[in-house]
Design a protein around this ligand. Structure first.
Ligand code: ATP
Length: 269
C-alpha cells in the first residue's frame, strides 16, 4: 500500500459483558471483534462488509471514539483514539436530523455549538447544501424531505465540520434501490472533490465494490479481517453502467465468494 497512513487498527479486540441466557444472574464475556488489524491510507475510500452481527457497527463506534477497545489500539495520524473528536464525522443509517430545524438550520446548529461565527455558518451551510444538490431545499424541514434528501442533509452536516475522516454506517440502507444508486455516485463525486478519507460499512456487496478502492471482508462473529480485496476500477463515474463491466463482475464475485465460503465448507458440491 502506498500513500500516507491515516488510520491503524492494531490487534483490536472488543468484548462485552452480557447475561448468560441459560443461568440466571450469571454474567459472561462476549467477544464482538477479535484481533482486528488493518490500515487505511489518507484519502482512501475503504468499504467494510461482513455478515450480520460480525461487529461492523462495534468497529465504527470504536473508530468514532464512542467506545474503547478491550485490547489493542486504534491510531489516527499516529495518535491513539481516546474519545470522539471533530476530526471524525459520522453518518448513520438513520438521519438523526432535528425535526424542528430546516435543512440549513440542521447544518448550522452544530457549527454554532463549535463557535463558528454566524456569517461563516451560513456560508458553510450553503456551500455544503450545494455540494449535495439541495440548495433549493435549504428552508425545508426534515418531514418535508424525502429519505434520500434527509441523508444528503446528514452528509452535508458531517462535511460542514470539515472532518479528516468520514465514517459511514450503512447510510443508504433505508433507501430505495434507485435513490441508493444515485447517492452512491454522488458520494463518489463528493469524495473526489473533498479528498476525505472515507470508511463505509455496508451489507451490500455491490455497494462495497462500487464505492471501495479496497473492500475489507470480515468473518462471522467474532469479527476479524478475512481478506482485503483490491478493486481495480478506474472510471466509476465516467461509465454509467460500470456494474455490468467485467472487472466489476469479477470483483463482486470474489467478495461474494469470500462472504459465502463458510456456508459451503464440508458440503459436497
Ligand atoms: N453494547 C453491547 N452489549 C452487548 N453485546 C453487544 C453490544 N453491542 C454489540 N453487541 C454484540 O456484538 C455483536 C456485533 O454487533 P454489531 O452491531 O457490531 O454487528 P454488525 O456487524 O454491525 O451487525 P448488523 O450487520 O446486523 O448491523 C453482536 O452479536 C451484538 O449482539
Amino acid at each position: 500500500m502506498t500513500g500516507t497512513e491515516k488510520i491503524r487498527f492494531e490487534r483490536v479486540t472488543k468484548t462485552f459483558t452480557v447475561r448468560d441466557t441459560k443461568q440466571k444472574g450469571v454474567m459472561q464475556e462476549f467477544t464482538a471483534v477479535k484481533d482486528l488489524s488493518f490500515t487505511v491510507k489518507e484519502g482512501e475510500f475503504l468499504t467494510l462488509v461482513g455478515p450480520s452481527g460480525c461487529g461492523k457497527s462495534t468497529l465504527l463506534d470504536l473508530l468514532g471514539g464512542l467506545s474503547m477497545p478491550t485490547r489493542g489500539r486504534i491510531l489516527i495520524d499516529g495518535e491513539k483514539i481516546t474519545g470522539p473528536g471533530l476530526d471524525r464525522g459520522i453518518v448513520f443509517q438513520q438521519y438523526a436530523l432535528f425535526p424542528w430545524k430546516t435543512a440549513r438550520g440542521n447544518i448550522e446548529f452544530g457549527l454554532e455549538a463549535k463557535g463558528v461565527p454566524k456569517q461563516e455558518r451560513r456560508e458553510r451551510a450553503e456551500h455544503f447544501l450545494a455540494l449535495v444538490g439541495l440548495s433549493h431545499f435549504a428552508d425545508r424541514y426534515p418531514h418535508e424531505l424525502s429519505g434520500g434528501m434527509k441523508q444528503r442533509v446528514a452528509i452535508a452536516r458531517s462535511l460542514a465540520f470539515n472532518p479528516d475522516v468520514l465514517l459511514m454506517d450503512e447510510p443508504f440502507a433505508a433507501l430505495d434501490a434507485q435513490t441508493r444508486e444515485s447517492l452512491q455516485s454522488e458520494l463518489l463525486r463528493i469524495w473526489e472533490k473533498t479528498k476525505k478519507t472515507i470508511i463505509f460499512i455496508t451489507h451490500g456487496i455491490d455497494e462495497a465494490v462500487y464505492l471501495g478502492e479496497r473492500v475489507v471482508v470480515l468473518t462471522p462473529g467474532p469479527g476479524t479481517v478475512k481478506t482485503i480485496v483490491d478493486i481495480p476500477l478506474k472510471s466509476r463515474l465516467e461509465d454509467a453502467d460500470i456494474r455490468s463491466h467485467s472487472d466489476f463482475v469479477k470483483a463482486r464475485h470474489e467478495v461474494w465468494s469470500l462472504l459465502h465460503e463458510h456456508e459451503y465448507q464440508g458440503a459436497h458440491i
